[in-house]
Design a protein around this ligand. Structure first.
Ligand SMILES: O=C(O)CCC(=O)C(=O)O
Ligand SMILES: [Fe+2]
Length: 219
């Protein structure tokens, strides 16, 4: 019997390890309201598959709202990742399952927001050194019918830290800015009213996966 005979083809292609409730926080050990990070949300196979899904189509130049583009504000390419753009239903299912799990865990342990779903497709973004890819300080909430319902943003680092320089996700949940961890597969979560930026990439390229979770307005 060769090794191929022992392959169990019923095993799904994407099986990230169970989520551990082991949030990582800045070195101070403080847990500022308005920021959470969770390691191991996507495994390498999921990160690789999402990068490949992006590269297969190359994404389009990111816009702000209603197709408005401003290179002074945001320089990146994005792909809206959903059942239509996904190359593989197993990948879509694995990502959907994991995002539901991670949202439930983070909201239960950290945020406690009233949330009612994902109203927008997930976003895969690519920031290239050639164009000093980045995104200046901004908040994710806006005036539009969906943007006003954004409550929680979750950014997952798809690239390994050594693949790029710059490209830090910096958040300002309180007075002291926090630089998000760069570990591959780590999720960084923050309320959609928190100011944040992606500093310009100076070498290589950074891919991220971003989900927004929606709900009734903050009252
Ligand atoms: O790439 C990231 O990690 C964050 C992107 C972002 O802030 C956004 O798309 O609103
Ligand atoms: Fe943002």
């Amino acid at each position: 019997m060769g090794p191929a005979d022992r392959l169990d083809l019923s095993v799904p292609a994407f099986r990230p390890a169970p989520l551990r409730d082991e949030a990582v926080y800045p070195a101070s050990g403080l847990r500022p309201a308005g920021f959470a990070a969770l390691d191991g949300v996507f495994d390498d196979a999921l990160c690789d598959a999402l990068i490949a899904a992006f590269d297969a189509v190359g994404g389009h130049t990111a816009s702000l709202v209603k197709g408005v583009q401003s290179a002074g504000i945001r320089r990146s390419r994005v792909l809206w990742f959903d059942a239509e753009s996904s190359p593989d239903p197993d990948l879509t299912a694995a990502v959907d399952r994991r995002m539901a799990e991670v949202t439930a865990l983070l909201n239960r342990t950290r945020f406690g927001f009233a949330l009612d779903g994902f109203d927008e497709a997930f976003q895969i973004a690519r920031y290239d050194a050639e164009i000093a890819g980045g995104y200046i300080r901004h908040v994710d909430r806006g005036e539009g019918p969906r943007a006003r319902r954004r409550k929680l943003g979750i950014s997952i680092q798809l690239s390994a830290p050594e693949e790029y320089e710059g490209g830090d996700l910096i958040l300002e949940p309180q007075a002291v800015p926090i630089t998000g961890p760069r570990r591959r597969g780590t999720a960084i979560a923050f309320p959609s009213y928190v100011v944040h930026e992606v500093t310009p990439v100076t070498r290589g390229c950074r891919y991220s996966f971003v989900a927004w979770v929606h709900g009734p307005g903050f009252v």
